[in-house]
Write a new protein. Structure first.
Length: 103
């Protein structure tokens, strides 16, 4: 019986294992990526349009944003979300530290 129990323990070990997440992700806007290799003219045109798009306020200047987005949609460019990666801190402070020893 002990051998069967040990074999069962070994085979189900991977299923019982819980991995703590190391990172937490938060959205940080979006970026443009080319769907194919761009020509020099296309690349300069895309960067120019994106630079026009950055300082605009989405609440106040929706008309200008729509125009720029329509021009960008004609080019071989796709928008991808960017996520900020933040490490989760699992470290614990030692509860019995002494101020004499620099703790």
């Amino acid at each position: 019986m002990g051998l069967m129990k040990a074999l069962h323990f070994i085979t189900t070990q991977q299923q019982r294992r819980k991995v703590k997440p190391k990172f937490q992700y938060a959205s940080a806007g979006s970026t443009t990526r080319a769907t194919r290799c761009l020509t020099r003219f296309e690349r300069s045109h895309v960067t120019e349009l994106v630079q026009q798009l950055v300082p605009l306020d989405p609440k106040a200047q929706q008309d200008q944003i729509k125009e720029i987005m329509q021009q960008l949609s004609k080019l071989p460019v796709a928008f991808f979300p960017v996520k900020r990666e933040m490490r989760i801190d699992y470290s614990k402070t030692y509860p019995y530290r002494s101020t004499k020893r620099g703790g």
